[in-house]
Ligand binder design. Structure first.
Ligand SMILES: NC(=O)c1ccc[n+]([C@@H]2O[C@H](COP(=O)([O-])OP(=O)(O)OC[C@H]3O[C@@H](n4cnc5c(N)ncnc54)[C@H](O)[C@@H]3O)[C@@H](O)[C@H]2O)c1
Length: 323
């Protein structure tokens, strides 16, 4: 019943590995530790996980990962619009080609479930962002990162289901909250850190909507899929988040400054961030019974508490960012 996780030492992955280990499931992780997460890898080993420190492009490592595994959760990637834009060739190799080869190997090894980490960024800019979009809505990716995710989803859903791999695509909302591998390059986390540190925050596109999910809930969403009856999830796409957790950046800033009691914020009216989407998470709620436990306001308090407790050393350290 081994679960093989690519990117298992990452922001979502380390929380997922912990969650599955605590539930008594054997866990095998493949991660290149791109952001220097040797401490996390060692901790996971201490808890009983097998950790393969390797690149998803390494054929031997991929085969070791999938050998005898019941399920594969594919999280490893060059993550985010800026990181993909910075090195398009690398992101193509890791995200697109790496996923294709992993799917091939998983299929050959007889893996029976494949969960792919996709993103609500696939919806891009909606015509009417006030009406929540669901999984049947039009995909309009506006970045290379999201285009790659859309392409991988297609590759999985067009061919995978028919070949016994039973793929599920989870389109995560933007993740926030304190994780084992912290990321401060994500909106809620970044805004909270910057305002807590007394820095001036410039906000672009403050009226644009976006959905959010706590990192622990993102891990729970994956576990929910792994534990659901196969026929409910095979060949399916689920948005992962909560329908009440769509916010504009302006709302986030108000919540954070309200929590801190201060904040130096400027709004820039340039149309910098073309992603504007409000998402419905009814499918995952009604079909799988998944409802996130955390809410953004509580998550902000959690981040402030961790910053106050000096949990991250220097929260501006480059290892907390994918950019
Ligand atoms: N965080 C979000 O807001 C969010 C939202 C939607 C989807 N996702 C998706 O979820 C997944 C995990 O994202 P995350 O936020 O945990 O990011 P992350 O960067 O913390 O995790 C990615 C992990 O992959 C590893 N990795 C990178 N390149 C690799 C390679 N070539 N071989 C092996 N390992 C490699 C990194 O070391 C890291 O541990 C990604 O696929 C991402 O696209 C994240």
């Amino acid at each position: 019943m081994t679960v093989a996780i690519t990117g298992g030492a990452g922001y979502i992955g380390a929380m997922l590995a912990d969650e599955l280990l605590a539930a008594g499931r054997p866990v095998r992780v493949l991660d290149s530790l791109l952001h220097g997460q040797e401490d996390i890898a060692a901790e996971l080993e201490g808890k009983g996980a097998e950790v393969i420190r390797a690149d998803v492009r390494d054929a031997d490592a991929r085969r070791r990962l999938v050998d005898g595994a019941e399920a594969v959760v594919h999280l490893a990637a060059i993550v985010g619009d800026p990181a993909c834009a910075k090195d398009p060739a690398l992101s193509e190799e890791v995200n697109v080609e790496g996923s294709r080869l992993l799917v091939q190997d998983a299929r050959a090894a007889g893996v029976s479930r494949f969960v792919f980490a996709s993103t609500c960024s696939n919806y891009g800019r909606m015509d009417d962002p006030t009406v929540p979009i669901d999984e049947t809505g039009k995909l309009a990716p506006v970045s290379l990162y999201a285009e790659q995710k859309v392409g991988i989803e297609r590759m999985l859903l067009d061919g995978g289901g028919a070949n016994g791999l039973a793929p599920t695509c989870l389109r995560f909302a933007t993740v926030y909250g304190v994780g084992r591998r912290m990321r401060f390059d994500l909106t809620v986390n970044e805004f909270t850190r910057d305002l807590w540190a007394g820095r001036h925050l410039e906000v672009f596109g403050e009226l644009f909507w976006r959905p959010y999910i706590h990192v622990a809930d993102a891990a729970r969403a994956v576990r929910t899929v792994l534990e659901a009856p196969g026929e409910k999830v095979a060949g399916r796409v689920f948005n992962a988040g909560h329908s009440d957790e769509n916010y504009r950046k302006l709302d986030l800033v108000e919540l954070i400054t309200g929590t801190l009691g201060r904040g130096d914020v400027g709004y820039v009216s340039r149309d910098e961030d073309p992603r504007d989407y409000k998402v419905s998470f009814e499918r995952i709620r009604s079909e799988l019974g998944f409802v996130p436990e955390m809410r953004v306001p509580t998550g902000i308090e959690e981040i402030v508490g961790a910053l106050e407790g000096e949990r991250f050393g220097d929260p501006f350290d480059g290892r907390y960012s994918n950019i």
